[in-house]
Design a protein around this ligand. Structure first.
Ligand code: UN1
Length: 509
């Protein structure tokens, strides 16, 4: 494996400042909320975290803005999102650089993340004219029965480091056209991209005449998130992160009858059938498993391969793993950038130790890289591990580039293994047998929110609904009719007959 040279922390600090300046963000440095970069693992500068008073002020302002925003016609609400999309296009390169500085994504994936924001803006602008309710046939003469969709209120968005801005944009672009206002608590690991996106949205609001407080940003740690979670003014908490976080957030919001949209862990698998086109499967698998250094919630973590082709496929994968370029995400030849922190690397090593103790065999990769050049950073070769069965460590989500390979004999067995994990986000099958593909997509097949054929588990388009079942939390974001989670439906019965007719044939008076 090759590794490429790293920029210095001073270079990265200068780059972050230059890109923030180009976007128009004025940062007051020197606070005690650290902005860091996983590229060197070092500190960039200090920012200021929100206090409890700031949270209170932001929620009150967002609630007040909601009272105006909810009656602004939806297509007019689309104007602010259209302008945001234009500004994102204009600053695509600046934002991508910030994503790379802060999340360590390679250039192509950082640009892809910004593109995902642009795409959801386009989608949401169209949606602003398509918030359709149904009319229903009334059983009574001279009556009209219909449903109307209304805005919900303030939406609290809690996002994770690995998609620091795209997941925010799925929530925010859709929530805004739905008539909600948004208070955003980004990951404390990615405050710079959050400042940049908030600034562009504030500019779009100003230029299109939307209330200033349709969007508020709260930088800070868990305590800030908890204030959002517990506040009855937050009608919907949309939270992306670990299953552990979701288990804490879900019941707290439910206790006050608030709504949640949870996007939690995945332990995504692909089945590779004997008829699979391996020339297609191999690059698809490597992108899904090693792309973003294994830090997508859609990352491929388990490969369930038919026994007849397992050795051949594993050999091909091991050869590719052996030459994956690991290194600076700013280098065009790099495919695998850093993990977010050395703590993430420790978690990866712990999982590898445990799986070895459970009989797993490392087939390729797994060595730490660039430890001398950047001791505080966490570069690692992605790792391929052969396992005999689905032990407890295989059934966990380890947020690192580990791909476990299991063999199967029958499709029933493969599907059973596939579904025998707590999580249910994304899945795929590689096959040229249409019957196998359809079984996998059927009610008796994959139990995930995303099920694909001849394409990997990651890299979903924004047009579909995104989310998963079981420990993944059940929420759906982004496209399709995910917008309904951001609105409330009212059922309207209108009597234009001049006579009282009671439903169910009831007579009274
Ligand atoms: C995430 O990892 O939280 O499907 C989101 C994908 C991306 C989004 C991932 N479009 O991989």
């Amino acid at each position: 494996m090759t590794s490429t040279a790293l920029p210095t922390t001073d270079d990265l600090r200068a780059l972050a400042r230059a890109r923030l300046r180009a976007i128009g963000v004025r940062v007051t440095e020197g606070g005690d909320l650290p902005a860091r970069t996983p590229v060197t693992g070092e500190h960039l500068f200090g920012l200021t975290a929100a206090t409890g008073d700031d949270v209170e002020e932001a929620l009150a302002a967002a609630r007040t803005a909601f009272l105006t925003w909810r009656t602004t016609p939806a297509p007019r609400r689309g104007d602010v999102v259209r302008r945001l999309g234009e500004l994102l296009r204009e600053h695509k390169g600046d934002l991508a650089d910030l994503v790379t500085v802060e999340a360590g994504k390679i250039r192509s994936e950082a640009l892809g993340e910004v593109q995902e924001m642009i795409d959801i803006c386009d989608f949401a602008v169209g949606l602003s004219r398509q918030l359709y309710g149904r009319t229903i046939a009334s059983e009574r003469p001279g009556h009209r029965l219909a449903e109307t969709w209304h805005p919900l209120g303030v939406v609290g968005v809690v996002s994770a480091f690995n998609f620091p801005v795209a997941v925010w944009s799925w929530n925010t672009a859709v929530a805004l056209v739905c008539g909600d206002t948004v208070v955003w608590k980004p990951s404390e690991l990615t405050p710079l991209t959050a400042l940049a996106c908030h600034h562009l949205l504030a500019r779009a609001a100003e230029e299109t005449g939307a209330p200033r407080d349709v969007h508020r940003l709260l930088l800070g740690d868990r305590a800030v998130g908890e204030l959002l979670v517990d506040d009855p003014r937050v009608a919907l908490v949309s939270a992306t992160g670990s299953t552990r976080m979701g288990r804490a957030v879900g019941p707290r919001v439910a206790a006050r009858f608030g709504r949640t949209l949870l996007e939690l862990g995945g332990n995504n698998a692909a089945i590779v059938a004997p008829s699979a086109d391996l020339d297609l499967a191999v690059p698809s698998i490597v992108f899904a498993a090693a792309g973003t250094a294994g830090q997508r919630c859609t990352t491929l973590r388990r490969l369930i391969v038919h026994r007849d082709i397992a050795d051949a496929l594993v050999d091909r994968l091991a050869a590719v793993y052996g030459r994956l370029p690991v290194g600076s995400p700013f280098d065009d030849t790099t495919l695998v950038g850093p993990l977010i922190s050395t703590a993430a690397l420790d978690t990866m090593h712990d999982a590898l130790d445990r799986v070895r103790a459970q009989g797993g065999k490392v087939l390729a990769g797994g060595n730490r890289r660039l430890a001398e050049a950047a001791p505080a950073a966490a570069y690692t070769e992605p790792v391929l591990v052969r396992v005999d069965g689905q032990t407890d460590v295989v059934r966990e989500e380890t947020f690192a580039p580990i791909l476990y390979v299991l063999a199967y004999d029958t499709l029933d067995e493969a599907i059973a293994l596939h579904n025998d994990v707590p999580q249910g986000l994304s899945s795929s099958i590689f096959t040229r047998d249409q019957r196998e593909a359809e079984i996998f997509l059927s009610a008796a097949g994959s139990d995930c929110g995303i099920a694909n054929v001849n394409i990997g588990t990651s890299g979903a388009e924004i047009g579909g609904a995104f989310g998963g079942e079981k420990d993944t939390g059940g929420g759906r974001e982004s496209g399709s009719d995910a917008w309904k989670a951001y609105m409330r439906a009212a059922t309207n019965t209108v009597n234009y007959s001049g006579a009282l007719t009671l439903a169910q044939g009831v007579s009274f008076l």
